[in-house]
Design a binder for this molecule. Structure first.
Ligand SMILES: [Zn+2]
Length: 485
């Protein structure tokens, strides 16, 4: 969700080198035999022998039942094996608000005030601890890569930390410690909002979000030190974000797009989540947010517009014609009463759908996936708008591509070695025929049915237990308490 107007560290924390984590050395050659696996272009296949060398798949062969010739130490994957999920839109610190904001009625805007209270309390150490626990929760839900839309840049009074990227580096470190890959979507956030009178000044907790202008934002983002491919670390790459048309006046957008374009980094932006944004944008700039972004050359095949809840037919034409990704966050959008994003018209116009858990009202990518279809059913009073396969593509290959990892999200030779198994014998999924395993997973399974998660060739979750952070609920409890106290 968008928000501009309208303890102690565990002992296993690895040392930092220049603020970035030192990843463990990659594993060697590994083999798995999946009872059922979803393969690109082939659907759900039986007895799939999967080989990886280090962090990439090297071969994928369906119809290969176990025989004496099966490579030794081949691990059996029960249930349905899927590629890793991409969570294309996250604000890690919003996880601290789960439950709290359900106790009273409120609106998007009162929710935002509570969110600012948490934002005001975090520092690099507490942010590292909290994000690490939240990313561990994501791993348990099958997420192999997260797009962190990051704007908590500076100290609460707006002064930079000694390292102006201390907060961003904490997030990169958190992802490494939780076993995920990430795209750090460093976010430009300059104004307190937009109303009929114009651009509003930053106020209160917002002052720590701003670098002053787009060029100074770019200078700080560059100091993160991306290499020529945009990589910040073997597990993390750089991306850029413009918070929204409410938080970034158009004259500053070019600096963000130019910075990202040098290396082909992704660019993400919240867009038209609330009608009031559209109204303010029209009042001040005379056009819709989509038209403003189009006019400022923000829209393109590396751009993700997040939410796109309130868009008209002219907007759809601009978005589809620009081949943007439309990142939908159904559990957040329904939690905040945003409205129903026009998923089918967006897809029909030429946008590629992706998914995010955004405010982390829940972290369950399967729930996000079916939420897209269910919203369409409610809006149109008819069924069957997106197949389970299309919804899973949004959750996997499309999401990874939108985050700048085009070679992830498929179980195929050369792709990142990410595997997620979904149990087919839980109370939610038992009884599903093999031929309908994909439908059972997308429309009935939940994050708790994720049993095994392999990310970049490494075991991160085994039998539902996180291998790097064994007691994730305790970590969430501890770090959220600290963030709220
Ligand atoms: Zn958001």
């Amino acid at each position: 969700m968008s928000s501009a107007s309208p303890g102690g560290r565990p002992p296993q924390t690895p040392p930092r080198t220049g603020g970035l984590p030192v990843p463990p050395s990659p594993p060697g050659r590994r083999h798995w035999l999946a009872d059922l696996a979803w393969l690109p272009g082939q659907g759900v296949c039986r007895d799939v022998l999967i080989e990886a060398d280090g962090d990439r798949f090297t071969s994928v062969i369906p119809q290969t039942p176990a025989t004496p010739k099966t490579p030794p130490a081949t691990e059996r994957l029960r249930g349905l094996t899927l590629p890793g999920f991409a969570n294309a839109h996250s604000h890690a610190f919003h996880r601290a608000l789960r439950g709290i904001t359900q106790a009273d009625r409120g609106t998007f805007w009162t929710w935002r005030e509570r969110m600012y209270e948490v934002a005001a309390r975090l520092d690099p150490d507490s942010y590292l601890s909290l994000a690490r626990a939240v990313y561990a929760e994501m791993a348990l839900a099958g997420v192999s890569c997260v797009g962190e839309f990051h704007y908590l840049h500076h100290q609460p009074d707006g002064r930079p930390y000694a390292d102006p990227n201390a907060m961003g580096r904490a997030l990169v470190q958190a992802a490494a410690e939780a076993g995920l890959r990430m795209t750090l979507l460093d976010t430009c956030y300059l104004a307190g909002g937009l109303d009929q009178s114009g651009v509003l000044p930053l106020a209160g907790p917002q002052v720590r979000f701003s670098d002053g202008d787009g060029w100074r934002w770019a200078a700080r983002a560059e100091a993160l030190g991306p290499d020529e491919r945009g990589m910040l670390s073997p597990h993390a790459r750089a991306g850029a974000a413009i918070h929204s048309v409410r938080a970034v006046p158009p004259e500053h957008m070019h600096a963000v797009v130019a910075w990202a374009s040098r290396r082909g980094d992704p660019v993400h932006i919240h867009m038209s989540e609330q009608r009031v944004e559209n109204e303010a944008c029209r009042a001040v700039y005379g056009v819709s947010p989509a038209q403003l972004l189009y006019d400022e050359d923000v829209l393109g095949p590396r751009t993700s517009v997040v939410h796109a809840t309130h868009v008209g037919s002219a907007d759809l034409e601009l978005l589809g014609g620009s081949q943007v990704f439309a990142c939908l966050c159904p559990t957040t959008e329904r939690d905040l009463g945003d409205g129903l994003a026009p998923a089918r018209p967006l897809a029909a116009a030429g946008c590629t759908l992706t998914l995010g858990s955004d405010s982390h009202a829940v972290i369950d990518i399967l729930e996000e996936a079916r939420g897209v279809e269910y919203a369409e059913r409610l809006a149109r009073r008819s069924r069957g708008h997106f197949t389970a396969e299309i919804l899973l593509q949004a959750a996997t290959s499309a999401g990874h591509t939108s985050l700048g990892w085009p070679d992830a999200g498929e179980i195929a030779p050369g792709a990142w070695a990410d595997l997620v198994t979904v149990s087919l014998d839980s109370v939610r999924t038992a009884g599903a025929a093999d031929a309908l395993a994909l439908e059972a997973a997308v429309f009935a399974a939940s994050a708790t049915d994720v049993r095994t998660v392999i990310i970049s060739g490494r075991d991160v979750v085994r039998d539902g237990i996180h291998q790097l952070i064994p007691d994730v609920p305790a970590e969430l409890s501890r770090t959220i308490r600290a963030a709220l106290s």
